[in-house]
Write a protein of this length. Structure first.
Lengths: 404, 95, 119
């Protein structure tokens, strides 16, 4: 019974926590510019995420180590220094973008400039992390995050042609602007498969003390949460496709993006959009900050747990606090959150091959995963993902320059 | 940007969105138009070309209209807003 | 050397099973005519930094020294104190007694003044 409840909560968290500033912006732009044609990209990205999430969880369950810890132990600090530095920069930028997104959501409701809301938001986030156990953060994000189902509701209310939507799941060549199409497809992947998500998930698995005989919960949560969660992203895309594309409106700001809710929700449009954007961003911000604490502690060997008093794990507590402070300071400077989001997403793609590669080794090393090694199929898919990741990493910057 | 502006205004004129939101969204649009204008103005080569010069003029025109629209919205003047809306150029943005 | 590989980067726990950090560097003694042997393991940011690059190591030592932490020196654990190596390296010490605890203690002094730190 308890395992079933864990599973349910896990899936709800996966759904509620799926969209944040990256997936909202990339899916919205994709819908506004290419209609349903990029739905397949959302599906593929979700499948990639599910695969990697399940592996992160399995690694943690079987070895009692997270990815960050396992990479240090298996590859050594010399290898890890590179992805570590990359992820530090990436996570800081992404956190800044999330803070910006949340602040803009408040701006939508109040009319007061988003920079004023950065510090209050940062403080709220820090207070939440300081005073909460892991499960409160996790399930809080998940349950509150269900407000993002507004995107699915909006898409449904707009009554899209099911045939057209279904065709969007089959990859097709665009009728215009191939460069932009490719760039958005890759960006959708970058927005979905964020490195912090993987380490956060494996850390959470250890925080919750998941035992090897509960590993089916891990598998079901990873796939269920990510697959159902991607439906929210698809909701964003379909809504933007139905509302913005016919009017030939490109998404150029979050302020303007709120319009996509008008036909479906009338007077509630801006409020619901702001709430969805805010909660999505806040949830992601909590995870990114906490993960920074996890990652640094695991790599450098500090004790860590969100379930212990903060004073007992002072270095861990200071690490996640510091990254929040740094990101808040950056966000206050007023960089355009949409632009910052797109930069972070592109950077994620560049960094991705380095993140995926270690899985190929770790998930087949009995010292870590015991008898739960990857199947041949699993390895083949993982290898294909690594190659795909490398290809995407090579072209994303040129594509951004040419068509971003 | 023109179609953006039109959509934002239409929602307000229909009474669906608040003046606060509309002004906020229009201000952001204006900020983006201003960025485009600056980029155009700094590109001497583009300005020498008659098409470039027309783009710069269109941006100027749009910028002024959006500023006027923001004032209309803040003053809750639907009448004036409708007039300015009618003067908005049609977007010929190639997709 | 397999021993070095088995030691490096692994988590270190004290005799009570408490986390002490990671093996950041291994000290090897080389003598002519005799195979090199592991003499000690080192735990600490300066050891880790020094392993990445000598300059970085010196810089880290200076930083820690300036912050009045351990005079910048890493914790050196003699190989004789190693009780066993499995997933972790168990050593015959108590965490609280070692200087490796210094950074944590210093920060605890800061953290405990913030409300909610003891919950």
């Amino acid at each position: 019974m308890s395992a079933l409840l864990d599973l349910l909560l896990g899936i709800v968290t996966g759904i509620g926590g799926f969209v944040e500033v990256g997936s909202i912006s990339t899916s919205a732009q994709a819908g506004a510019e290419f209609g349903f044609q990029l739905l397949w990209a959302v599906a593929v990205a979700a499948a990639m995420l599910a695969l990697l999430t399940e592996m992160s969880g399995r690694l943690a369950v079987m070895s009692k180590r997270t990815i960050a810890a396992a990479v240090r132990e298996r590859f050594g600090i010399h290898f890890q220094a590179v992805p570590l530095c990359a992820e530090l920069v990436l996570d800081l930028l992404l956190l800044t973008a999330e803070l910006g997104g949340a602040a803009i959501a408040v701006k939508l409701l109040t009319g007061i400039g988003f920079q004023w809301w950065v510090l209050p938001t940062g403080l709220l986030l820090w207070t939440t992390l300081w005073f909460s156990r892991f499960s409160i953060v996790e399930y809080g994000i998940g349950l509150l995050g269900l407000v993002t189902l507004s995107f699915v509701l909006a898409a449904w209310r707009l009554g899209p042609d099911t045939g057209d939507v279904a065709r969007g799941f089959i990859p097709s060549l665009p009728s215009h602007d191939g460069v932009r199409y490719a760039f958005l497809a890759i960006s959708i992947v970058g927005a979905t498969v964020s490195p912090y998500l993987l380490n956060f998930y494996s850390s959470g698995t250890i925080e919750e003390d998941v035992t090897p005989d509960e590993r089916w919960v891990n598998t079901a949560t990873a796939y269920g949460g990510d697959v159902f969660g991607s439906v929210v992203s698809m909701g964003v895309l379909v809504t933007a496709a139905m509302v913005m594309q016919p009017l030939q409106i490109k998404i150029d700001s979050y302020e303007q993006a709120a319009l996509m809710f008008v036909p479906a929700f009338g007077r509630w449009a801006v409020g619901l959009f702001a709430a969805s954007l805010a909660i999505g961003c806040v949830g992601a911000a909590l995870e990114i900050s906490l993960n920074m604490g996890y990652m640094l502690s695991q790599i450098f060997g500090w004790s860590w747990s969100a379930n212990k008093p903060r004073v007992e794990n002072a270095r861990f507590s200071c690490a996640f606090s510091f990254v929040l402070i740094a990101a808040s300071a950056l966000a206050v400077l007023g960089f355009d959150p949409l632009r910052l989001t797109m930069i972070s997403v592109a950077l994620t793609v560049v960094v991705m091959p380095l993140m995926v590669l270690p899985f190929l080794v770790l998930m087949n090393d009995t010292q870590f995963v015991k008898d739960q090694r990857n199947t041949v199929v699993g390895n083949a898919v993982l290898a294909a993902l690594t190659v795909l990741g490398a290809l995407m990493a090579l072209v994303v910057i040129p594509l951004e320059i040419l068509g971003g | 940007m023109s179609s953006s502006t039109r959509a934002i205004l239409s929602a307000w004129l229909a009474g669906v969105t608040s003046g606060t939101y509309t002004a906020t969204a229009l201000e952001k649009t204006l900020a983006l138009i201003e960025e485009n204008r600056t980029a155009l103005a700094n590109n001497a080569a583009l300005l020498v070309d008659p098409r470039g010069a027309r783009l710069a003029d269109a941006a100027d025109h749009l910028s002024r209209l959006v500023a006027l629209l923001i004032a209309d919205v803040r003053a809750a003047n639907a009448e004036a807003a409708r007039n300015h809306l009618a003067a908005l150029p049609l977007d010929r943005e190639r997709r | 050397m397999h021993i070095v590989r088995d030691l490096l980067d692994k988590a270190v726990v004290d005799r009570h099973g408490r986390n002490m950090g990671r093996v950041d560097r291994v000290v090897i003694e080389r003598r002519t005519g005799v195979p090199p042997r592991v003499v000690a393991i080192e735990i600490g940011p300066s050891a880790l930094a020094g392993r990445l690059s000598a300059t970085l190591g010196r810089w880290m030592m200076g930083l820690l020294h300036g912050l009045a932490v351990d005079e910048g020196q890493p914790l050196r654990v003699d190989v004789n104190h190693i009780l066993g190596v499995t997933d972790t390296v168990k050593v015959d010490l108590a965490f609280g007694d070692t200087p490796a605890a210094s950074v944590e203690h210093k920060l605890r002094g800061l953290v405990k003044r913030i409300p909610g730190a003891h919950r």
